[in-house]
Design a protein around this ligand. Sequence first.
Ligand code: 5GP
Length: 354
Amino acid sequence: MDWCVSMPKVELHAHLNGSIRNSTLLELAKELGEKGTIVFPDFEHVILKNDRSLREVFKLFDLIHMVTTDHKTITRITKEVVEDFAAENVVYLELRTTPKRNDSIGMSKRSYVEAIIEGLRSVGTSLNVNFCTNDSMKLSSKTEKKIYVRLLLSIDRRESTESAMETVNLALEMKDMGVIGIDLSGNPTVGEWKTFFPALKFAREQGLSVTLHCGEVPNPVEIQEMLEFLPGRIGHACCFEDEEWKKLKSSKIPVEICLTSNIRTETISSFDLHHFAELYKENHPIVLCTDDSGVFSTNLSNEYALASATFGIGKVEMFELARKAVDFIYAGDEVKMELNKLFESAATTMLESN
Ligand code: 5GP
């Protein structure tokens, strides 16, 4: 479906290291294999495997982090990920990543995020990237492609309260450099929500937006508490029971929907049974996202095509779904206004070509 590629789109749930190009991951793994740091054939086998359980996905992330965690590589991956999203007409991207500390190579959480910002700066001249919160005029109308990028710093569920608080403080320090929010992610079977609650509450009090991975595994108590926290958005919402659906729907919390990810990790058994259908029908705020485009071999256009084909939604309605996502972005009104103008002009072009 070419129109899924050509229409403007908004991506709100993309993990940096999960969005790494397969070719880059293999290249980096081969280099480490040659140095004897890893056994490349074992690694290659894991990368090329298509279907993985949620548990295997987190094993793969540990492997990915072995090859990606140095400043130069983080800068490279950021640049490539932004270029890939822009190439398929994503016009606004909220990229999330877990700041990592690695004393052996002099990496602090701060220098990790600085390496990402360096990646945003180094994107080629054919693409105009706007990433600084107070830099919205950097988008020039002369360049062919434009993309707004904002960063969310993730707290991994393996972290302590102190470490989560450190991430929130870092996000606050880096607000002017495009960091606008906090995400809670990581293996949902690990850790307890209450560990992160103080940091998430503090983040929100200080004006940061918060999104939570919620309901990837059945955990009614945690799901209820997360919904009561009223995060700005939640990701996934796969394992909800009636009570949780009721709470979600009355709260109107927008849901970041990741179709391919949920099927690949077997969190949902088939596309046609996905909760997207019900939430869409009931006009609940939703946004289609990729989650980990590299790990799950997908892209945002593919997610739109999948939703359209599976649920029988036409081109105009899919365009409206993409446009509606602007309402749920964490960037401010000025960016929203620019995006609304951009969608308006794309709508005119689309109507003329029909
Ligand atoms: P990074 O934060 O290193 O840029 O991206 C990879 C990390 O994102 C993983 O280690 C994991 O913590 C988080 N992540 C990626 N995909 C998922 C997902 O589907 N569910 C959850 N809960 N976390 C994820």
